[in-house]
Design a protein around this ligand. Structure first.
Ligand SMILES: [Zn+2]
Length: 486
């Protein structure tokens, strides 16, 4: 096995296909685009299965959505453009061609250029984009088991004609980790634009072009999650380096990422652009975009994550690190702002505390349950109450942690505490007897403490256990120290 140490000679370019899942209908017909969970081949009409004589009509909302993304990514929007036919023969494509945009032969993409800024240990890096364009999704092929070993294939045209945005980067990504970070940032921007929910199954597909400097590149097709992109890239880099080390010639080819076996497999040698015989789609009129229309959409766009991050630092005194994590998921950031604006007398300490609970225990619970904050019954005011109770010294952080689960299910914190009879113990007399008992029972730890002061933490932990997490940690620490020193 070869261990990849330097990323400098790795060249990666990505093509990301994003379904505009917030659109109600498909790109060129009035079929619903909410096909998930539907019976196969029920959301279809003559247009999206390409019957002769049917005529496509462009979904205006799709243009608006593409525009939002183009503005957010800083693309140069082309004001006049038309669609092309990309011809190829495949069972998921009933017309024998895909309606898409093309940036050659007089054609133009929806938007050229643009960038996404990612954070690296060594600083920030701009991932430059080549273009973004609109196109239709083909149908869906369903293989029994793996694509390689499946005895038959089924086809479902419900997805056929759903609107996609393709985002093409320049080949400027130098490692699988950079690719992942770029995709995370892109996902966040798309969420802020309100055009797609990329957590929906099948809403995202990535093709990755990858090569080692000076050698032929391969294209890994149809990787269907951002996490898998990083895995597939890692695997493919290792394969290519192995080839080069053994002096074998790499050929330009299309490969498939088999996510159950976690390997890439060769599918066919790569098509070249001329194989697609692009030509203008004569059944659709050209798109003409007025400057006033672009301005109007621009004004509708919400604040983007980068700007919001800076505002969070200024307005709430959060660190760059904290605000960056907080704004990444728009729902979490919205929740945070609703919480801090629910009371006038919020102090700077509480801004930070609220942020910590959201990015810490609450996010952890959401990840474990695979839920979004909007799927839960937790309200911003409840988190404010939690923070206030801690600040007023009425509960300990430990108690707070123990009630998060119930709070997420909608039970108000004060009710939980009343039911469980939990509150902070700050009474020194009561704590004294507990501390003494713990010291008596743990002479080994006391001995250890003489050479290792950190052993104190173990004693505090014992006191917490005695009181079911209700002992005030500060007072407990003070008392323990007093008695040990004696
Ligand atoms: Zn249709």
């Amino acid at each position: 096995m070869i261990i990849v140490t330097s990323h400098d000679n790795i060249i990666i370019g990505l093509e990301i296909h994003v379904q505009l899942t917030k659109l109600k209908t498909k790109l060129f017909c009035s079929c619903s685009s909410k096909y998930r969970g539907a019976e196969p081949n029920t959301y279809v009409c003559p247009i999206c299965i390409g019957l002769p004589g049917s005529l496509p009509v462009l979904n205006e909302k799709a243009v608006e959505f593409a525009m939002k993304l183009a503005i957010a990514l800083g693309c140069k929007i082309n004001k006049s453009m038309y669609f092309f036919r990309k011809n190829y023969f495949y069972p998921d494509l009933p017309k024998g061609f895909q309606i898409t945009q093309y940036n050659k032969a007089g054609g133009k993409a929806f938007g050229d250029g643009g960038k996404v800024i990612i954070k690296k240990k060594s600083g920030k890096k701009e991932i430059l984009l080549n273009r973004i364009h609109i196109e239709e999704d083909p149908g869906r092929l369903v293989h029994k088991g793996s694509i390689v070993s499946s005895p038959y294939t089924l086809v479902d045209y419900n997805r056929s004609g759903v609107c996609l945005i393709e985002i093409v980067t320049e080949p400027v990504i130098n490692s699988p980790e950079e690719a992942r970070e770029f995709l995370n940032q892109l996902k966040s921007i798309i969420q802020y634009c309100g055009i797609a929910d990329l957590d929906l199954e099948g809403s995202v597909r990535v093709d990755a072009n990858i090569s080692i400097k000076g050698h032929a590149r391969s294209e890994i097709k149809n990787i269907n999650s951002f996490k898998e992109v990083q895995r597939a890239l890692k695997w493919e880099i290792r394969r290519q380096k192995n080839f080069i080390k053994r002096n074998k010639l790499l050929k330009q080819e299309t490969r498939h990422w088999d996510d159950s076996r976690r390997v890439t497999v060769g599918l066919r040698s790569k098509e070249f652009e001329k194989d697609y015989r692009y030509f203008p789609e004569q059944d659709l009129v050209p798109i003409e975009l007025k400057k006033s229309y672009i301005e109007k959409i621009k004004n509708y766009l919400p604040e983007m994550p980068n700007a919001r991050m800076k505002r969070f630092q200024n307005q709430y005194g959060l660190s760059e690190f904290d605000s960056e994590i907080l704004v990444m998921d728009k729902d979490i950031a919205d929740f945070y702002e609703e919480a801090v604006n629910s009371e006038k007398d919020f102090e700077s300490k509480e801004y930070k505390l609220l942020c910590n609970w959201l990015k810490g225990d609450i996010s952890r619970w959401l990840n474990l349950q695979n839920k979004k904050i909007t799927d839960t019954d937790l309200t911003p005011i409840q988190v404010v109450n939690l923070v206030k109770l801690i600040e007023e010294g009425r509960i300990t952080g430990k108690i707070a942690k123990s009630v998060i689960g119930d709070m997420m299910l909608g039970t108000p914190i004060k009710k939980i505490l009343k039911q469980q009879g939990k509150k902070r113990i700050a009474d020194e007399e009561k704590l004294s007897s507990i501390c003494k008992k713990v010291i008596q029972e743990n002479s080994e730890i006391i001995k250890d403490y003489k050479t290792n002061p950190r052993a104190l933490e173990a004693l505090i932990g014992k006191c917490m256990k005695e009181t079911h997490g209700q002992a005030d940690p500060k007072i407990t620490r003070k008392l323990l120290l007093e008695y040990i020193e004696k």
